[in-house]
Design a protein around this ligand. Structure first.
Ligand code: COS
Length: 384
């Protein structure tokens, strides 16, 4: 759903220009220094990028899902590190609060997330609990007006930058699966909370992940999301339904950028006396990529509109995440191939993108987890 086409067009044009003129020229610097320059972060704040999906009453732009994916198509046309910095505030870091938080919790945190003053992280994964998220072992034991958290979270995006963490922990040790899990907001600086060394990743330099460690970390009971124990896993799954659709849109934008780069290179590069774009074997790679991007874009828009219509899109979000991330990997591979030897050296952006987009098939649920979600939902529906 697009609320006001004119406003949306202005937003998308502004963003597209910002990506082209401000972010693309900074890509190499971000990759080399593993950091986004402070003045670029300030400009991102100024544009309201940290609060895109936070409701208007808490200071955000309150984008609908369709509006959000249109924005994601644009922001993904540059290094994913920029998207990653604003991604958790708009997505997995804040959505737990938005979908299940109390009014007081929303008022306490959302305005500062919307302005970018505070960064939020989502802490679900653990050393022993990745795809099998419901097996998580971080414990939260009630002690008067506090919960005492112990455990380690792994690969947590923006952990080094975060001011608050949405943490899934087990409040009921007797319940082994999803039912014993609750979600909390934990503030950085709480005694007993520490952050590990940033991970050395294959790509996405400038976007940081690290362990988050809880050692007798005392969290006020008022920070239990929604004030209710035992529903934290469901909160996490709802957050991920939306997150997966967002990532699928990011895959579309990144694939468009890579294909643009490959097309430009194919038109400029001459071999055998003419531009390589005139060779049909090169054309096949360009055409297959174009068609697959179009398919993914159409899927993402359809699922986004359905979500805006209040449909349950758990299956569709998983379909989009699976198809778009795998598509993005294929486009990356072909774009390197079109570049030939130039695709293997860092002078061209495609070498970096090839490594950066590999993560899309893994985080917010691997392709195999998406397959499992899709098939399970199909079977459940058929048996209902
Ligand atoms: N929305 C709301 N509730 C949901 C839900 C959704 N999308 N998906 C599951 N639930 C509920 C179920 O209905 C069930 O509730 P009841 O017990 O009341 O019926 C509960 O959550 C447990 O669900 P389920 O039995 O399906 O859980 P499983 O342990 O079998 O695991 C998968 C499900 C594998 C799908 C889940 O663990 C998962 O998504 N893993 C990947 C995690 C991930 O994406 N990690 C990425 C890192 S975080 S960026």
């Amino acid at each position: 759903m697009i609320r006001d086409q004119e406003t949306m067009t202005v937003l998308l044009d502004t963003l597209s220009r910002f990506v082209r003129e401000r972010l693309v020229p900074a890509e190499n610097d971000v990759a080399e220094t593993d950091a986004i320059p402070a003045d670029v972060v300030a400009d991102m704040r100024e544009l309201g990028l940290f609060g895109l999906c936070i409701p208007e009453e808490y200071g955000g732009l309150g984008l609908t899902m369709e509006e959000e994916v249109l924005v994601a198509f644009e922001i993904a046309k540059t290094s994913p590190a920029f998207r990653s910095l604003i991604g958790t505030n708009n997505g997995i870091g804040s959505q737990g609060l938005i979908v299940d938080g109390t009014e007081q919790q929303k008022r306490d945190y959302l305005p500062r997330l919307a302005s970018g003053e505070l960064i939020a992280s989502f802490a679900l994964t653990e050393p022993g609990a990745g795809s099998d998220a419901a097996s998580l072992r971080t414990s939260a034991r009630r002690d008067g007006d506090f919960y005492v958290l112990n455990g380690t979270k792994r690969f947590i995006t923006n952990a080094p930058e975060a001011g608050i963490f949405t943490v899934m922990a087990r409040t009921d040790p007797e319940v082994k699966g999803a039912g014993g899990i609750s979600a909390f907001i934990v503030e950085q600086g709480t005694p007993g909370l520490s952050i590990g060394k940033p991970d050395k990743k294959m790509g996405q330099k400038g976007a940081h992940t690290a362990d988050v460690i809880f050692e007798n970390c005392r969290v006020p009971a008022a920070n239990l999301i929604g004030g209710k124990e035992g529903v934290g896993f469901k909160t996490a799954m709802k957050v991920l339904d939306k997150g997966r659709l967002h990532i699928a849109a990011i895959c579309v934008g990144a694939a468009e950028r890579m294909l643009d780069d490959a097309l430009r290179y194919a038109i400029e590069r001459e071999q055998f006396g003419k531009p390589i774009a005139e060779f049909q074997l090169v054309q096949a790679m360009l055409a297959d990529s174009k068609a697959e991007i179009y398919a993914a874009r159409s899927m993402v828009l359809d699922a986004a509109r359905r979500r805006d219509d209040k449909e349950d899109i758990s299956t569709e979000a998983a379909c989009c995440k699976m198809f778009a991330s795998e598509m993005c990997g294929r486009v990356a591979d072909r774009a390197v191939q079109v570049h030939g030897g130039a695709g293997y050296v860092s002078e061209y952006a495609i070498e970096r993108f090839y490594r950066d987009v590999r993560l899309f098939r893994i985080y917010e649920g691997t392709t195999q987890v998406q397959q499992l979600v899709i098939a399970r939902n199909m079977i459940r529906r058929a048996q209902a």
